[in-house]
Design a protein around this ligand. Structure first.
Ligand SMILES: Nc1ncnc2c1ncn2[C@@H]1O[C@H](COP(=O)(O)OP(=O)(O)OP(=O)(O)O)[C@@H](O)[C@H]1O
Length: 602
């Protein structure tokens, strides 16, 4: 609420300034700030939150501008307000187009593809007859109020109103499950999918939001000027939009406004020396990247944070009375999971050879084997991160087929990773809330509009997450960035995040790796409590003491094949298992079988 009031106050002050200013030059600066704010707000979602680097935003600006131009001047002859809405929609559709490559390429490659998109659009609008060639399109209908075209002051008020509306809508969206989902993409796409975030869909959404706001800005500029030509659409514009976000503060709600105000004013100051303008932009980009990587918003935030001081970093003991949120309705008449004859090969390496496994509801199953035996590969196949070459997996009697990781998570299989994959810059609470992503039912519109349903879902998810944090003894660390915690606690946060997906089956890839003996013993107790709350566990582990102490059933892999399975004691005494671990030949294995008390160790 405080944020909304502040935003309304800032917009009110800007509107007041527009009301008293008489000079057209200053009104135009205010108009430009509004236009660039619109572009930057959407770009902030794409770059600052979702972490997708696009250098083609000028192409989307063009889609909106030329959309409005053609819709109001050609045979369609639409009204200017209808054209404004439709051209924004056209730009949003182009956003889907530009999002397509992002599903395949990342980082610099994505930047190159989007750059190519911008250049192609620039070429097309310069050359194609339909866009008026280099001359552009004239006599675009301006927006009207009561039949009269808006005057400059009214244009400024309009962009301020649109900017405020957009800011409040995006704030609703970004402070809830969608904002967290965008941030998770930026941090780690594999982990995002594993906790239930639909990676492709969320990426496309970010591109569409950025495209729609750029398109809206383009349409407004075309309608205000009443003409558009290819001079407006150039690579500099794409860079400028990028700079607005980087300089203002990527990933901060205040970033776009700080960027738009500062850079528009600076541009206006140096506008009369064209050669300096580009130089200043380049210098500001370098300055933003090197000196303040989190932009102006980051600098201001840092000042406030320094005053607030640091919070404690100690975990408390897990709370004995906390209860995990558990999904009802696990099928009891079939095995929880059945893997049948799974095979996987990477060139000559075959980490899965006809692997079959059967997991029973309410048990702790351990998956053991020497290094490189194929344990992580099996976990990856069960969680959809890796597709088996052949074989099938049935979960609660239904085949998983080619389901994506987020869909598998949604069906009730959660996982942790051998090499931690936390969202390091997010707080512990947000990491765990991301686990709730697929359990929350508020859709895009209710989140964007901040409807009561979205608030209720958010509060309910927060309550469940608090309970999970209590269960694991992490409550005191909820507001700490996950990446700043000691390693053992980071492992616990990853476990909390997986539990937040409310799984039937929890796949744990070496959860005790890097833990000291005391932490390992605590982990063992926690896993037993998790099982007792009805969650089945498949545990990949090298700590044999832990495996033997808590498992109900052990599966042993060697060279991608199952060599033994059964109760822990029986498996421990199995000569094939000892041979695999000790690297002995058959004769030695026979000999070893005569000494059943020999402990199996990794
Ligand atoms: N993406 C990949 N590309 C090529 N080879 C791979 C890939 N993933 C796994 N492998 C190989 O498959 C084999 C099994 O790897 P996996 O990580 O499943 O073993 P593991 O039993 O989990 O081993 P560890 O206990 O050391 O973690 C290894 O030889 C590994 O190098």
């Amino acid at each position: 609420m405080r944020h909304a009031l502040l935003a309304i106050m800032v917009a009110g002050l800007a509107a007041l300034a527009a009301g008293v200013v008489t000079n057209d030059f200053y009104l135009r600066i205010l108009f430009n700030i509004g236009i660039y704010f619109l572009c930057a707000s959407g770009m902030n979602v794409l770059l600052g939150y979702a972490g997708q680097k696009s250098l083609g935003q000028a192409g989307l600006f063009a889609a909106g501008a030329y959309g409005a131009a053609l819709l109001t001047t050609s045979a369609w002859d639409l009204g200017p307000w209808t054209a404004l809405v439709l051209s924004t929609a056209i730009a949003a559709l182009c956003g889907v187009l530009i999002a397509a490559p992002s599903l395949r390429v990342r980082g610099p490659s994505l930047a190159m593809v989007t750059l190519a998109f911008g250049i192609v659009v620039e070429k097309v609008v310069t050359e194609a007859e339909v866009f008026g060639g280099a001359m552009g399109i004239y006599a675009i209908k301006p927006l009207t109020l009561g039949g009269e075209p808006l005057d400059m002051r009214q244009w400024v008020w309009l962009v301020i109103a649109l900017g405020l509306g957009l800011h409040l809508l995006l704030r609703n969206l970004l402070t809830g499950r969608y904002g967290r989902a965008f941030l998770s993409l930026q941090a780690d796409e594999i982990a995002a999918g594993a906790v239930g975030v639909p990676v492709h869909r969320t990426k496309v959404l970010a591109f569409v939001i950025a495209a729609a706001t750029c398109g809206l800005a383009g349409a407004l500029v075309a309608q205000q000027n009443q003409y558009i030509n290819s001079d407006f659409i150039n690579f500099n514009l794409s860079i400028f939009i990028l700079l607005l976000v980087l300089f203002g503060g990527a990933g901060s709600l205040a970033g776009p406004v700080l960027g738009a105000v500062t850079l528009t004013v600076v541009s206006a100051l140096v506008a009369r020396w064209a050669w300096i303008e580009h130089f200043v932009q380049g210098a500001l980009l370098l300055f933003a990247l090197y000196v303040m990587p989190k932009g102006l918003a980051g600098v201001l935030d840092g000042l406030f944070r320094a005053r607030r001081g640091e919070a404690p970093r100690r975990a408390e003991a897990p709370s004995a009375d906390a209860r995990l949120p558990v999904r009802a309705g696990a099928a009891r008449d079939t095995p929880l999971l059945q893997a049948e004859a799974l095979n996987k090969a990477y060139g000559g390496v075959r980490p899965a050879r006809d692997v079959s496994a059967r997991l029973t509801l309410g048990h702790i199953h351990a998956l053991i084997g020497p290094n490189g035996a194929g344990k992580s590969t099996l976990i990856n196949m069960l969680s959809g991160v890796v597709r088996p070459d052949s074989g099938r997996i049935l979960f609660q009697g239904q085949p998983l087929g080619r389901a994506a990781p987020h869909a598998i998570c949604d069906r009730g299989i959660a996982r942790t990773f051998q090499n931690l994959r936390l969202f390091r810059d997010l707080s512990v609470r947000d990491n765990v809330l991301l686990g709730q992503h697929a359990r929350m039912r508020n859709g895009f519109l209710s989140s964007l509009l901040g409807l009561p349903r979205a608030w209720r879902e958010e509060r309910a998810a927060e309550a469940r997450v608090s309970e999970i944090l209590r269960f694991l003894g992490l409550s005191a660390l909820a507001d700490q960035p996950a990446g700043a915690l000691p390693y053992g606690l980071q492992r616990r946060v990853e476990l909390a995040r997986a539990l937040a997906t409310e799984p039937y089956l929890l796949l744990l890839d070496e959860p005790a790796a890097g833990l000291n003996p005391q932490e390992t013993a605590e982990l063992g107790k926690l896993l037993l409590r998790i099982r007792d709350q009805g969650i089945t566990i498949l545990l990949v582990e090298h700590h044999m003491d832990l495996v033997m102490a808590i498992s109900d059933h052990v599966i042993v892999l060697d060279y991608g094949a199952t060599i033994a399975e059964g109760a822990p004691a029986a498996v421990q005494a199995d000569p094939r298992v000892m041979a695999a671990y000790l690297g002995t030949d058959d004769a030695a294995a026979e000999e070893a079988s005569a000494e059943p008390e020999l402990a199996v160790r990794a």
